[in-house]
Write a protein that binds this ligand. Structure first.
Ligand code: ADP
Length: 370
């Protein structure tokens, strides 16, 4: 190395050592501050908390903070404090009262923005305690619940509106028995639609409740397919659809038989509703590599690629007018998705407009299944 090289290397080494020493000094200083201001026991309690907890000082720094506070992005172990928390602490000291607020925190440089709920309690003039929790998921769940409630009331309005209109028609046509009979038939259809809608709303709320609703029993999947087909047989005959099963294996899964029958039945009902008379619908089962797949194949109208992601959303219909004709609620596939998820499985779709669709529910096989 040239003499200049040695000088540069020595300088770089010196600067590195200095920076290291400064960092060490800073964290040592922080340690001393923490020890002086926050007693050992208190620090142990704070460290054990699941929530993010920070002891805030009037110089807008943290005297002590726990690991969760770092993960939440509101305080660092070197004492750096999120400006939003420092502002809250200043307000708490000023008013002498507990203050709480949602603050937006970005985790990491490119991390996503999260909503953190922070509650600051002034302890004395020197210290305040900030306790923080991530509310992002809770807020998203609340927003979904609100949206669901709005959609439900909107969906209920249609059949209820139709029923009250039909009732008025019956009143007006009281002297014409034939007309009354026709309105009564329509009223029965609307009442059936309403019943189905309410049953499906109850079902989806139960499935999405967050907890497992499964009865864990050994379920013969071939039996599930046969029962679902039997239930749909009349609808198939009415629409002149040939409904066939292709069951060459008898795999077993662990789960809830009634829910599985309901999911497969929903797929078959759709396959029938979205096919033209004369078409064939096939329900089959296969078992491979510890996975059991139930497929429902149709030769119906198919689904545009752009809609294929959205059809599993609640109340989504590609063609609301046709759905109204078929009595669709827009909840069927959402129920199928949640039944599959509850069984640690998934549902997928292959579809091409004017060719047909295949919906496949894949579930983990149970020991002993073939
Ligand atoms: P719906 O009660 O309206 O049938 P689903 O949740 O079961 O509600 O289905 C959502 C939408 O997906 C339907 O409105 C329809 O547009 C489309 N869809 C579902 N299954 C099929 C299918 N087999 N063929 C064509 N389109 C389908």
């Amino acid at each position: 190395m040239t003499p200049l090289g040695w000088v540069v290397a020595a300088l770089a080494f010196g600067i590195g050592m200095l920076a290291g020493a400064l960092v060490l000094r800073r964290s040592a200083k922080q340690e001393v501050v923490a020890r002086t201001l926050v007693p050992h026991r208190t620090r142990q309690v704070i460290a054990a908390l699941q929530s993010g907890a920070v002891i805030v000082r009037p110089d807008r720094r943290a005297a002590f903070s726990n690991h969760s506070a770092s993960s939440l992005g509101i305080a660092r172990p070197d004492g750096a404090l999120h400006a939003g928390v420092a502002d809250l602490a200043e307000r708490a000291w000023r008013t002498g009262e507990v203050v709480e607020e949602e603050i937006e925190v970005r985790r990491g440089v490119l991390g996503a923005l999260t909503q953190v709920h922070v509650r600051v309690t002034p302890i004395d003039t020197e210290l305040a305690l900030a306790v923080a929790n991530d509310n992002t998921e809770q807020r998203a769940a609340e927003a979904t619940r609100r949206e669901f409630a709005v959609n439900v009331s909107h969906e209920l309005k249609t059949p209820i509106g139709a029923l009250s209109l039909l009732a008025e028609n019956v009143e007006d046509a009281s002297d014409e028995p034939e007309l009354v009979r026709q309105f009564a038939v329509k009223m029965r259809r609307e009442a059936r639609r309403l019943t189905k809608l309410i049953q499906e709303i109850i079902e989806i709320s139960r499935l999405q409740g967050g907890e497992s609703v499964l009865d864990h029993e050994e379920v013969d999947v071939a039996g599930v397919i046969h029962e679902a087909c039997e239930g749909a047989r009349l609808a198939a005959e009415n629409r002149r659809i040939e409904l066939v099963t292709d069951v060459r294996v008898r795999p077993v899964v662990l789960g809830d038989r009634d829910l599985l029958v309901m999911a497969v039945r929903n797929l078959i009902d759709n396959a029938i509703a979205y096919s033209d008379p004369g078409a064939r619908v096939t329900a089959s089962v296969t078992a491979k590599d510890d996975a059991v797949s139930v497929a429902v194949l149709d030769q119906g109208i198919g689904i545009d690629a752009s809609d294929q992601e959205r059809i599993f959303e609640r109340f989504f219909r590609t063609d609301p007018a046709r759905a109204r004709e078929t009595g669709g609620t827009g909840l069927g596939l959402s129920i199928v998705k949640h039944v599959a998820l509850q069984h640690s499985g998934a549902v997928t779709v292959w579809s091409q407009p004017a060719v047909g669709s295949t919906f496949t529910i894949t579930l983990p096989g149970y020991e002993g299944s073939q």
